[in-house]
Design a protein around this ligand. Structure first.
Ligand SMILES: [Fe+2]
Length: 387
């Protein structure tokens, strides 16, 4: 039976709707306060190019805010970027942080907020040696529909030396305010659109079937999976379809709440290992690759109640074969039928990747159906090697 006990507190004021980005100054005044914002955003220039950054800065100015732009974040952000952000925040006497972009930008914003306010080293935070006591007020503005970080307590940062890609987990990491404006996702290129959609799907999948799943997780994850299955094909046939973008951004937020309640599983443990060694790999694409091995080695171990729930959300009969087929269908729809080989991973690396996953994220393997050991994890990687 699905677990009926849970704890639940997501203390973030959420604004969801089209056209909200241009109201950020007003909403910040109303819900957050402060005088000078550090705007943490992506390094690629897309936020500027598509006008999102200008919308944010002009709205901030209109409401009496000063700001500094910190456009230094790329995929799989590292400790040194966070450290630099902490310096820039302090040097400019900022008192508020805005994370504008995909999960990486928001996670860097979160890590800066925690490290600065708690006056602690970023490395200690990322390695879980120090628990943050305080946070600088944070506004999250996701422009992708994948991570759900705008509603969760995680900030994923990489320590390249230790080959550690792990989440800071802290109740202080929740944004004070999250602004989800579907219009900001419309310019996301195809591959990122697919990768982030897959990330959201796997958040719902892994949290729903996990040992820490409960009736709240089930509710959020089910609706999220149902929505992704319906709208992923529509999005892939028209990337500028605002209805699909809206529904997928919503589904991603629901999936974020699901992982906040019940965490993820072995796919995230293994993907973090893959991108710790291959920082150019997009998280969602890495997950899609590993999904092939998951369907073969983990799916058959799901408890019956959870299989029923998953099948219902996917719109198929509660049989392993049908659930497997539908999951692999989504991978195809999103044009992510790739293998580890395609991500530049060599066969000789697979054991190292398993060791890395169990060194840092065994807690996620423990949360996975069947509590897979390293032997099963290796089989997942081997199965996922070829497309
Ligand atoms: Fe994820």
């Amino acid at each position: 039976m699905i677990n009926h006990s849970f704890q639940y507190l997501i203390p973030t004021k959420i604004y969801f709707g089209r056209g909200l980005l241009g109201r950020i100054g007003e909403l910040a005044r109303k819900h957050v306060g402060g005088n000078k914002a550090l705007i943490v955003t992506t390094a690629g220039g897309s936020m500027k190019k598509y006008g999102y950054l200008d919308k944010v800065t002009s709205s901030l100015r209109e409401h009496g805010y000063e700001y500094v732009v910190f456009a230094r974040v790329s995929t799989n952000p590292t400790i040194d970027v966070v450290e630099e952000g902490v310096r820039v925040f302090g040097d400019n006497s900022c008192d508020l942080i805005i994370g504008l972009g995909g999960g990486s930008a928001i996670d860097v914003a979160k890590a800066i907020s925690l490290a600065y306010a708690s006056n602690t080293s970023v490395k200690d935070l990322v390695h879980g040696k120090v628990k943050p006591k305080l946070a600088v007020p944070l506004i999250a503005v996701p422009t992708t529909h994948g991570t759900g970080t705008e509603v969760d307590k995680y900030a994923v940062i990489t320590d390249p030396e230790a080959k550690l890609k792990a989440g800071i987990v802290s109740p202080k990491a929740y944004p004070v305010l999250s602004i989800l404006d579907p219009e900001t996702t419309i310019t996301l290129p195809k591959k990122l659109s697919a990768g982030t959609t897959m990330d959201a799907f796997i958040h719902s999948l892994e949290s729903m079937v996990s040992y820490s799943s409960n009736i709240m997780t089930a509710m959020y994850a089910s609706k999220s999976i149902e929505t992704i299955v319906e709208y992923a094909p529509k999005l892939m046939s028209n990337l500028r379809d605002i209805e699909s973008r809206t529904m997928l951004l919503w589904a991603s937020m629901l999936a974020g709440i699901a992982i906040d309640l019940s965490r993820t599983g072995i796919l995230h443990a293994l993907e973090h290992a893959v991108s710790a060694y291959h920082p150019e790999v997009h998280h969602g694409v890495g997950l899609a690759v590993l999904l092939k091995g998951w369907v073969k080695h983990i799916l058959p171990l799901i408890e019956e109640d959870k299989l029923n729930l998953l099948a219902r959300a996917l719109g198929v009969k509660p049989r392993i074969s049908e659930v497997a087929e539908k999951i692999l269908w989504l991978r195809k729809v999103l044009e992510l039928e790739l293998g580890l080989r395609d991500l530049g991973v060599s066969r000789s690396e697979l054991k190292t990747l398993v060791d890395n996953a169990y060194k840092y994220l065994s807690v996620l393997a423990e949360n996975t159906p069947g509590k897979p050991g390293k032997d099963i994890a290796l089989k997942i990687l081997e199965e996922s090697y070829e497309p």
